[in-house]
Design a protein around this ligand. Structure first.
Ligand SMILES: Nc1nc2c(c(=O)[nH]1)N(C=O)[C@@H](CNc1ccc(C(=O)N[C@@H](CCC(=O)O)C(=O)O)cc1)CN2
Ligand SMILES: Nc1nc2c(ncn2[C@@H]2O[C@H](COP(=O)(O)OP(=O)(O)OP(=O)(O)O)[C@@H](O)[C@H]2O)c(=O)[nH]1
Ligand SMILES: [K+]
Ligand SMILES: [Mg+2]
Length: 457
């Protein structure tokens, strides 16, 4: 399969650091010729004669022209990120210098790398499986402790090892079935069916746990959408500002101040929350712009992972409140009821409803408790467990097919299907597991996955 990929054995280079900023720019080169090519530009010593994983300071030259004073790092095949010879040139952060170096490399037959090509080579050379390669892209995109942590776990083979266990269980299973096949000619009693079902149950439980983890996985990768919903003047914009600790949204005592939705991100305990302040919802408005705003608020409410239903405790009756709560529950929306302007009410006994969090957005009281509740409601107990969390939609897709095959296997066994037919379902189950790790893959799929990386990765 390696040889089929066009140009897999040529030497590639890319600028690995961001353009236009930074004190140092790193150019990464990978391929059989990486060391000899850079050696030809580095007159002060023979790089080819140096050991792997060593650093060398010297002038980088194009004939008589000095390109820069650089640090060169050497990684000799197979001990490198890609498994090929790798050289990293750290030059000064100037865009001009980096372009000159890239030009010299290209004159020496080195090709510009495509997005993700270094990681693709690492995968093709067996340095990592597909889930690890995908985790490389995830860690670059990570912007919170949670997303970094999961990506790093997966780079280090966390998810792969879980899949490997599943695979081994299934192979055991298929061995038991084969055994049965061998004996079936002689009309011998079937292999122990209870053992088969036990094994099948174990694998099914593991797969369904992985599938369930995606809700959290998605939260970790994309954040939690939180819509702040309520009547005009409930104090939604004041609450947004209090949550962000910043005067982000316009606040006024005029009902209908917020016209369009405002979105801002907030980090709670390492998880990203996407807060959405919306236009206050009232049923009868003659203002066209306001009514468009209300439509958007309702749309945001339906899209949200969780809704903060904010109401003004000085104007909201318990009857109104239970109507709103019933609407949210009926729409199957996860919500927190929050009573605002607690600073206006000394005694709350009569007004107090169950499961309502009372705050004062204006005086910033109860806001930390609200953050706490948002976190508990959406991220919950799974968070601190060491369970593997699936964050990738492609993996979920394959795991669903695995689950379907497991279902077919179970049915087959229950209906007394011949062993060779059950074996077909087992094979397809193993196939879908292999799709996740990349043991089974096709070029188009790989190109698609790696094309989403940035250049230099
Ligand atoms: N300068 C630099 N920093 C970097 C990277 C890089 O490629 N270059 N990485 C790129 O993502 C990450 C680190 N990942 C790396 C993974 C493996 C190897 C490596 O040389 N592996 C060899 C040798 C291991 C050893 O001798 O201990 C190997 O696996 O055989 C290097 C970096 C983040 N920081
Ligand atoms: N006393 C008191 N007033 C508050 C509190 N929160 C908000 N307000 C006041 O209530 C009024 C409305 O606040 P906003 O934050 O603009 O309300 P909103 O829900 O965003 O209103 P619209 O965008 O018009 O739907 C302003 O005068 C705020 O100062 C609070 O906790 N206590
Ligand atoms: K207002
Ligand atoms: Mg507002």
């Amino acid at each position: 399969m390696l040889g089929k990929l066009a140009g897999w054995d040529d030497t590639i280079a890319a600028i690995a650091t961001p353009q236009g900023v930074g004190a140092i720019g790193v150019i990464r080169i990978s391929g059989a010729q990486a060391i000899s090519v850079v050696d030809g530009m580095f007159p002060s010593k023979s790089l080819e004669a140096q050991a792997s994983h060593t650093l060398h300071v010297g002038l980088l030259k194009e004939d008589a022209l000095v390109l820069d004073e650089v640090v060169v790092a050497l990684f000799k095949a197979p001990r490198s990120f890609t498994g090929e010879n790798v050289v990293e040139i750290s030059c000064h952060g100037s865009h001009y210098i980096q372009s000159q170096v890239m030009e010299s490399l290209s004159r020496r037959g080195v090709r510009m790398a495509k997005p993700g090509e270094f990681t693709q080579r690492a995968f093709l050379n067996g340095k990592m499986d597909l889930t690890q390669a995908e985790a490389v892209a995830d860690i670059i995109a990570s912007n919170t402790e949670a997303s970094k942590k999961t990506a790093l776990q997966n780079i280090r083979g966390g998810f792969s090892s879980v899949l490997k266990e599943l695979r081994e269980e299934l192979i055991k299973f298929s061995a038991l079935i084969e055994l049965e096949l061998d004996f079936s000619q002689e009309d011998v009693e079937f292999a122990d069916r209870t053992a088969l079902f036990d094994l099948l149950n174990r694998v099914s439980v593991q797969v369904s746990k992985l599938l369930q983890s995606f809700r959290l996985g998605n939260v970790i990768k994309n954040g939690v959408q939180v819509a702040i919903i309520g009547k005009p003047n409930a104090g939604k914009s004041t609450l947004l500002n209090a949550l962000l600790n910043e005067e982000r949204a316009i606040v006024s005592d005029i009902a209908g101040t917020t016209r369009d939705t405002i979105e801002e991100v907030l980090n709670i305990n390492g998880v990203l929350f996407r807060l959405i302040d919306t236009a206050g919802i009232r049923e009868h408005t003659s203002d066209i712009i306001e009514s468009i705003g209300v439509e958007r608020s309702l749309a945001k409410m339906r899209e949200a992972d969780v809704v903060i239903y904010l109401f003004d405790i000085t104007t909201t009756t318990p009857e109104e409140l239970s109507i709103e709560q019933a609407k949210l529950a009926a729409a199957n929306i996860q919500y927190v009821m929050v009573g605002n302007k607690a600073d206006q009410v000394k005694e709350r006994n009569e007004n107090a409803a169950e499961h309502v969090l009372y705050i004062s957005a204006k005086e910033n009281s109860g806001v930390d408790e609200l953050k706490h509740r948002l976190f508990n409601l959406t991220v919950s107990d799974e968070w601190n467990s060491d369970n593997t969390i699936v964050t990738n939609a492609r993996h979920i897709d394959a795991l669903q097919k695995v689950e379907k095959s497991l279902y077919d296997i179970r049915n087959g066994l229950q209906e007394g299907l011949p062993g060779d037919l059950v074996a077909i379902d087992i094979r397809s189950c193993l196939h879908y597991l292999g799709e996740i790790t990349g043991e089974v893959s096709n070029e188009d799929q790989l190109d698609f996955i790696f094309s989403k990386f940035c250049i230099g990765k």
